[in-house]
Design a protein around this ligand. Structure first.
Ligand SMILES: C[S@@+](CC[C@H](N)C(=O)[O-])C[C@H]1O[C@@H](n2cnc3c(N)ncnc32)[C@H](O)[C@@H]1O
Length: 263
């Protein structure tokens, strides 16, 4: 099993050094997982990076060969940055709320890193991931979790005043997103809530692991992140007890079509 790795060493050609090791702790994890998928694939991987943002993850995974990255995001400025990284086969601007503009079973891997929390229609989104993925393909969902997801969501909305940000499409999927400056809706899941939401679809959960412990809980403790011992302790605890982490990676494999779907 692959566990989270926070470090700066280089092995298998993947650079580990990141500017903020905890924020990007899931990047080496994903790079390792993609490398493993690659080793089992004959013709390479078609990877869909939903809500790709500035494309940091794809750039980090650049050394992995035969990967065809496709990025989709709502935010034009971020897409420009993603394009400039030169890793994506192509990027496109689109609102995930309107579905994915890809054919059925045309994607090997879907990566949804820190995006689900911005979407109001998660079950629909997961169904879209399932539709575009080939059978046996892998889904990686990385998302914030909380012990008290409703309370955390309310506090976050209140703290950031996101209803009032100009150009926000917060909570209003029908707003004209092309005029939105940035999407700002945020909602949290509980540990079990996130896993069971994914498992409702035709996905088999193959791995669950955690990363940071305190990100959304006790902010001042984030200062501990500069100490190596804290990194090692966090890694050890969140791998063993992912339910205590503030960010969760859920890895799922798309199963054979269910009989009720094919009929
Ligand atoms: C926190 S960033 C994550 C970026 C990247 N996936 C990463 O892990 O570094 C969230 C991204 O989701 C995008 N996003 C949020 N809601 C979206 C929507 N409805 N349609 C398309 N993209 C959306 C945002 O524009 C933003 O780039």
């Amino acid at each position: 099993m692959i566990g989270p790795r926070i470090g700066t060493e280089e092995s298998d050609g993947i650079p580990r050094a990141m500017p903020n090791r905890f924020k990007f702790a899931h990047f080496p994890y994903l790079a390792d997982a993609l490398q493993q998928e690659m080793s089992q694939s004959r013709q390479g991987l078609r990877i869909l990076d939903v809500g790709c943002g500035p494309g940091d993850l794809a750039a980090f995974c650049r050394p992995i060969e035969k990967c065809q990255w496709i990025g989709i995001d709502l935010w034009y400025r971020q897409l420009q940055q993603a394009k400039e990284k030169g890793v994506y086969e192509y990027v496109l601007q689109g609102n995930l709320l309107e579905g994915l503009p890809f054919r059925n079973e045309s994607i090997d891997v879907v990566i949804c890193s820190e995006v689900l929390m911005y979407l109001p229609n998660v079950p629909y989104m997961l169904a879209e991931f399932c539709r575009v993925m080939r059978t046996g393909g892998k889904l990686f969902v990385y998302n914030a979790i909380s012990y008290y997801p409703r309370l955390a969501s309310v506090l976050k909305r209140w703290g950031r005043q996101i209803y009032h940000e100009s150009g926000s499409i917060a909570f209003n999927g029908s707003a004209d997103w092309r005029k939105a400056s940035r999407p700002t809706r945020i909602s949290y899941y509980s540990f079990n809530g996130l896993i069971s939401e994914i498992a409702l679809l035709n996905f088999h959960i193959v791995h669950v692991t955690g990363f940071r412990i305190f990100r959304n809980r006790i902010r001042f403790l984030n200062r501990l992140e500069k100490y190596p011992w804290y990194g090692r302790m966090t890694e050890c605890l969140t791998t063993r007890y992912p339910q205590i982490s503030s960010e969760l990676m859920v890895v799922a494999r798309k199963g054979e079509a269910r009989s009720d779907e094919t009929s």
